[in-house]
Design a protein around this ligand. Structure first.
Ligand SMILES: Cc1ncc(COP(=O)(O)O)c(C=O)c1O
Length: 402
């Protein structure tokens, strides 16, 4: 019998190439040519990890206990500390056995959907969404169902929209506040209304709280599980140290939820990756068990840049940018800037073409909306230095004003 002709599996062939990475690759290529590219693409704080966390890692590296395999679900001390931290920050009480330490928040996303979904199960995904979610859902055999909310509602979906998208196959609602890519933050009332609707219909809620400490203008962070405690047995909280402690490279995240789901995900992880690097787990332990001063400092800088960014972007002809209340992204409605003819007779019809034009002509990298849902939008991270930020926005304004 002949072997199957296809080389790459249908499952992996179906993964969409990341539009974020395409922009990044082009920006890096231009930089390598020596061109002064300013990047608004980064999804990470531009600060170093606080010293006391780095010091904990240095000590851990010298301790032979950390040179060996450790439990696949995470160091017991870290699972305890994450449970305590979740009570402190989210207002949700957990046992350590309800926490699985993962290789970054990203692995928590994959594990969670793998643990919850069977083929054809639908997940309601408020859009614009972070690029990884639909791929993780599809890889688990599930079906992502986009529910789009535009700038008119501050990029926040309503219960009515969610209800209109619900079918007999809907198993999970994904809830992300503060949001990547839009920076939207749901108010306590909005969060409660959505949580109560999910509970009423017996839906699971997967809630990504990774930007919990980055809210501005006095906007509170609300954990949907604390707002609607009845969800506790059908909710998974995703989180990690990356954004709060400027630790993107350390790769520590976690998922927290009912023991059966956590155990299933831990079984998967025990075959896929085993324990997260012990040195990183020790650093994460110092982070979550420690103070929040460092994130408060970062927040002051982000808040200043956020204001400068929104003000500058709203000066660009054809751009409209609502003020984001969380995370470190601005999400521009650039639809009015499309279909116009610019330098060199270029007439971008999509946000992907507009982003490519801005990169080529202004040497500024922004991520097109196609990476996160519909075309017509641009995501700009304000996790970069004040001078670069001002210069980058000014270059875009100059180019699109010509
Ligand atoms: C919304 C959201 N969740 C999770 C993550 C995962 O972060 P990490 O895998 O670096 O912990 C990110 C990173 O960009 C994110 O934006």
């Amino acid at each position: 019998m002949a072997a199957p002709a296809h080389r790459v599996s249908a499952r992996l062939s179906a993964i969409a190439p990341s539009a974020t990475l395409a922009v990044d690759a082009k920006a890096k290529a231009l930089k390598a040519e020596g061109r002064p590219v300013i990047g608004f693409g980064a999804g990470e704080p531009d600060f170093p990890t606080p010293d006391y966390i780095v010091e904990a890692a240095v000590q851990a590296a010298r301790d032979p206990r950390n040179h060996r395999y450790s439990p696949a679900a995470g160091l017991p001390e870290l699972r305890e500390a994450v449970a305590a931290k979740t009570l402190r920050d989210s207002g949700v009480a957990l046992e350590a056995a309800q926490v699985l330490v993962t290789n970054g928040g990203k692995q928590a996303v994959y594990n969670t959907f793998a643990a919850l979904l069977d083929p054809q199960d639908e997940v309601l995904v408020p859009s614009p969404f972070w690029t990884t979610y639909p791929e993780a859902i599809r890889l688990a055999g599930g079906v992502p169902v986009d529910v789009f909310a535009g700038p008119d509602t501050g990029y926040k979906v309503s219960v009515e929209q969610l209800e209109a998208a619900r079918t007999e196959h809907t198993k999970v609602l994904l809830f992300v506040s503060p949001s990547n890519p839009t920076g939207a933050v749901y108010s306590p009332e909005e969060t409660r209304a959505i949580g109560e609707w999910a509970l009423e219909h017996g839906l699971w809620v997967v809630t990504d709280e990774i930007y919990e400490h980055l809210t501005y203008d006095g906007m509170p962070f609300t954990s949907i599980v604390a707002a609607v405690p009845g969800l506790a047995d059908q909710a998974v909280i995703l989180n990690g140290v990356a954004k709060t402690y400027a630790m993107t490279g350390w790769r520590v995240g976690w998922m927290a939820g009912p023991v059966d789901v956590i155990t299933a995900a831990a079984n998967l992880q025990s075959h896929a990756t085993s324990n997260v690097a012990n040195v990183s787990q020790r650093a994460a332990l110092a982070a979550v068990a420690g103070p929040l001063d460092a994130v408060d400092e970062m927040k002051t800088a982000f808040d200043r840049r956020r204001r400068a960014m929104v003000e500058g972007l709203n000066r660009v002809p054809g751009f409209s940018c609502p003020t984001p209340e969380g995370a470190f992204y601005a999400y521009v409605d650039a639809r009015e800037a499309l279909g116009r003819t610019y330098r060199g007779g270029v007439t971008p019809a999509t946000s992907a073409e507009l982003a490519a034009f801005i990169l080529e002509q202004a040497e500024v990298a922004v991520v097109p909306g196609e990476a996160f849902g519909p075309s017509g939008y641009l995501r700009l991270s304000y996790a970069l230095g004040d001078d670069d930020l001002a210069e980058g926005v000014q270059r875009i304004e100059a180019l699109l004003s010509e």
